[in-house]
Design a binder for this molecule. Structure first.
Ligand SMILES: [Zn+2]
Length: 372
């Protein structure tokens, strides 16, 4: 993968390129930042850049034999480690290379839940197992096949077993020249401090709505206005945007559920809200998170609608027709409360709190907020 295929993030790209070109790139790097901002894409591109035989000032060449092998995940000096389902004591990431390759070839924008779907039909929690720790040492402690760098890309190091972590630590403590470990983490706070202290942390931030919209147009063929609308719901995550467009008629369904919630909350129809909660709770977590993103966007749009400045609004015809009557209920007394309420729900859902309780409590608070 090339840097130019990574969406946005030009500050991080330039910084990494400069550091390694000037020979002062860290031996161990930790890329952190919100899901969907492109950390794994960045790691893969950097690996390509380091292994490319004729790297330019801004990117790997993309055509040399090394670049071609990196693209196909067949470069002997590039090793990927990632969470897997342990089948036996000897399970390593090598046992999952086919699935991993399939996943990466679809673009390096995916999350743990997508990866679990790819490798298991059951709800299991993948780890970087003990044997993978030995595997890393075996792969990284030998001299490079091609005489250049040896690169380890580890996705989600927070999921390492302690034995695997010890092996990684050995590697980090005794760096051999021209080896680079790139760790990609959603939760750096869950990584062992001894490992953290040996890495240089590079924080990546959410993408801008414009960057996500541009990517949706150029990569996914969305028209400009749909792309802009999806980008606003995705909250700076290209991954969230991808998930959103993969659901058939997501906007229609989310719109209907949003309207149902507001109507029943206004009517204080507690039985109805209970049924609504049952329905939303049956969705998977990703869908719930997307709906919450959609609902926050609708609150914002309806608040803005009151200013009568159509150029500031991004709604489709159905949403705009609803706003005609609904917008007056979203005002300066309750808009912050709404956003906070929906934000709390989102956080709870991410932390696996019982969805039924969280959504029903929120629905009840919305009945109060609507009267403010
Ligand atoms: Zn190249």
């Amino acid at each position: 993968m090339l840097f130019k295929e990574v969406i946005g993030q030009s500050i991080v790209k330039n910084r990494l390129i400069r550091q390694y070109r000037e020979g002062r790139g860290p031996h161990a790097l930790l890329l952190s930042g919100p899901e969907g901002c492109g950390k794994l894409a960045m790691a893969w591109s950097l690996a390509d850049y380091l292994l490319c035989r004729q790297p330019g000032d801004e990117d790997a060449c993309g055509v040399c034999p090394a670049c071609r092998r990196v693209k196909k995940l067949g470069h002997p000096d590039l090793h990927f480690s990632f969470p897997v389902i342990r089948k036996s004591e000897s399970t390593t990431c090598n046992d999952y290379l086919e699935e991993w390759s399939r996943m990466l070839q679809q673009g390096a924008y995916f999350g743990l839940s997508d990866w679990i779907d790819q490798i298991s039909s059951e709800a299991k929690s993948p780890i970087i197992p003990d044997a993978e720790g030995d595997n890393i040492l075996n792969q990284m402690m030998v001299t490079s096949y091609e005489g250049g760098y040896k690169v380890l890309v580890m996705w989600l190091p927070e999921r390492m077993t302690s034995s695997a972590a010890n092996n990684l630590l050995k590697f980090l403590e005794e760096p051999t020249p021209k080896t680079v470990a790139i760790l990609v983490s959603d939760h750096p706070d869950q990584i062992l401090p001894t490992i953290l202290s040996r890495t240089q942390q590079v924080e990546m931030f959410r993408l801008s709505d414009a960057e996500v919209a541009e990517a949706l147009e150029s990569r996914n063929g969305l028209d400009a206005s749909t792309a802009r609308q999806v980008a606003r719901i995705a909250g700076g995550s290209y991954l969230a945007a991808l998930r959103y467009i993969q659901i058939d008629n997501a906007t229609d369904e989310f719109f209907e559920q949003f309207v149902a919630l507001m109507r029943m909350a206004y009517a204080r129809d507690v039985m109805g809200l209970q049924r609504w909660t049952d329905k939303i709770s049956a969705w998977n977590r990703e869908r719930q998170k997307m709906f919450l993103g959609y609902a926050q966007n609708m609150i914002r749009e309806n608040f803005v609608y009151n200013f009568r400045r159509p150029e500031l609004n991004y709604m489709n015809d159905r949403e705009a027709a609803f706003a005609l009557k609904f917008a007056k209920f979203i005002n300066e007394r309750n808009v912050v409360g709404f956003m906070e309420e929906l934000g709390h729900v989102q956080k709870d859902i991410e932390q696996n709190v019982n969805a039924r309780t969280v959504f029903f409590d929120a629905a009840l608070r919305i009945t109060i907020l609507l009267r403010k």
